[in-house]
Design a protein around this ligand. Structure first.
Ligand SMILES: Cc1cc2nc3c(=O)[nH]c(=O)nc-3n(C[C@H](O)[C@H](O)[C@H](O)COP(=O)(O)O)c2cc1C
Length: 195
């Protein structure tokens, strides 16, 4: 079975509602492995070698986090600095090169409403614009950028609404995994060859 690796970056997971519900929903899928990155590195020092191995063992990568100040939590930036620098600049032939084509999905929660993320809205910029640095890094690493999964109004949702966001997340991951497996199935080429 192929593997979807979710790297969850939440500075205070014990108090999380939205990301906790998304994580619980995702964990019901058999192909999902979820890592609480903050629990691994409470002091912020990232083991780049271990993280590189983790990325290379996955078929699909998810970076899941709450939006903090229009950006990622600081540990995700530290993780990128350590892991992408090692893989792409220091060990390109044995590590960075092997990231080519691996799909990367950002799953982010935001406190504000979708309308705030627009040129005329309270936050002025769209979420796609704010996520551009991550998209650029993914592109530089050869990762295949997927349309992000976004949950707005994360703090104002009731249980039912969070549950439904979790269900949508799991459905998205499940469909993604199935599409990936169909692509990897060598019989696909047989059908094409004979059809
Ligand atoms: C330090 C900090 C900064 C935040 N910055 C933003 C922001 O820029 N935009 C936004 O929509 N929400 C912002 N929020 C709200 C969080 O995104 C929201 O609380 C989180 O997504 C809820 O998920 P959780 O229940 O898993 O913690 C911020 C929250 C904190 C604590």
């Amino acid at each position: 079975m192929s593997k979807t690796l979710i790297l969850l970056f939440h500075p205070d997971l014990a108090r999380s509602r939205a990301n906790a519900v998304l994580a619980a929903a995702a964990l019901r899928l058999p192909e999902v492995e979820l890592i609480d990155v903050h629990s691994l590195y409470p002091d912020g020092g990232v083991d780049a070698g271990a993280e590189a191995d983790r990325l290379l063992s996955a078929d699909r990568i998810v970076l899941q986090f709450p939006i903090h100040w229009y950006s990622t939590p600081p540990l995700l930036k530290a993780w990128q600095d350590a892991v992408f620098t090692r893989m792409v600049y220091v060990h390109y032939k044995t590590e960075g090169r092997l990231l080519a084509g691996k799909p990367l999905l950002v799953a982010a929660t935001a406190g504000n409403v979708p309308e705030a993320y627009a040129p005329g809205g309270a936050n002025r910029f769209t979420m796609a614009e704010l996520l551009r640095p991550l998209e650029a890094s993914a592109h530089r690493c050869g990762l295949s950028w997927q349309p992000p999964f976004l949950v707005y109004r994360a703090d104002k949702r009731d249980e039912l609404s969070l549950f439904s966001a979790g269900r949508d997340y799991a459905a998205r991951l499940d469909a993604w995994g199935r599409a990936g497996e169909a692509e990897e199935d060598p019989r696909r080429y047989l059908v094409e060859a004979w059809g």
